[in-house]
Write a protein that binds this ligand. Structure first.
Ligand SMILES: Nc1ncnc2c1ncn2[C@@H]1O[C@H](COP(=O)(O)OP(=O)(O)OP(=O)(O)O)[C@@H](O)[C@H]1O
Ligand SMILES: [Mg+2]
Length: 247
């Protein structure tokens, strides 16, 4: 991580980012029309907007699951648009954690094995330290007693907490969440939100979370509003922590 220390607290920068689907076909449609955005490590931001405004499209670009049509997307200071697939995959693996509305846990695996998955994908067989870290995260999300359970033996809220632990096991600089609480009752939603808040404070993991729940976006520090593929507003509800001294 040495190249991403104090000098760059900036996790993400979008420059004139555009995205079209079905390029070159009669059905070609531009859905993101030139977005500029910066996220710092300390940021805890909601991404809101009407259905179809482009939130998931944007998250997929930021998560390096898809490529922009034009413009640039810097992740940890690195331009990613023309980066070869292998490097994008590696960067995604260590820099980004994902939580989706549906958790996509592997049913045949225990909670602990699911949390270990990203580590195993990145480096093969887990070391005892890896297993310790995964256990610690399950403890942090309140599931210490459930590590040997399979997903279908857990409640929806518990499954989503396993997904949160899995998203954080690589200690990502940026946590992306697409309606992570959309499928949960209000208590489980508050629990998952509380975990994001804590990991943002304690590990300096930037959070960008799509939510349709105004009670949750109101508790974020910043709200970015998309309207028809454009950033219409970018508001801070609370003062961000002071940036590192310049020079
Ligand atoms: N693979 C695709 N091919 C063509 N058009 C697409 C594709 N994916 C999304 N779109 C279109 O892009 C626009 C933005 O979609 P997106 O899924 O990003 O919206 P969203 O803000 O996440 O909506 P929701 O709140 O309903 O999840 C929509 O008009 C959608 O129809
Ligand atoms: Mg969406």
């Amino acid at each position: 991580m040495s190249e991403h220390t104090a000098a760059s607290q900036e996790v993400l920068r979008l420059q004139e980012l555009k995205k079209s689907y079905n390029v070159g076909k009669p059905t070609e449609v531009e859905v993101l029309h030139g977005l500029d955005l910066r996220l710092q490590r300390s940021d805890f931001a909601a991404l809101v907007g009407a259905s179809g405004s482009g939130k998931s499209t944007l998250l997929n670009l930021i998560g390096l699951l898809d490529r922009p049509t034009s413009g640039e997307l810097y992740l940890l200071g690195e331009p990613t648009r023309d980066m070869p697939d292998m490097r994008r995959t590696a960067l995604r693996g260590h820099a980004i954690g994902f939580v989706f509305q549906f958790h996509y846990l592997i049913q045949a695996f225990t909670a602990l094995e699911n949390v270990l998955m990203p580590l195993m994908v990145a480096r093969g067989r887990p070391t005892p330290q890896d297993t310790e870290r995964a256990r610690h995260l399950l403890h942090e999300v309140g599931l210490a007693r459930y590590e040997q359970r399979k997903p279908d033996q857990l409640s929806g809220g518990q499954q989503q907490r396993v997904a949160v632990a899995r998203a954080l096991v690589m200690q990502p600089a940026l946590l992306l969440a697409d309606e992570p609480t959309g499928n949960l009752d209000s208590q489980s939603a508050a629990d998952v939100f509380g975990l994001f808040r804590r990991f943002n404070r304690e590990f300096g993991c930037a959070v960008l979370m799509v939510t349709h729940d105004p009670r949750l976006s109101a508790q974020c520090d910043r709200t970015v509003t998309l309207v028809d593929g454009r950033i219409e507003r970018d508001e801070r509800q609370r003062a961000a922590p002071a940036p590192p001294a310049a020079g």
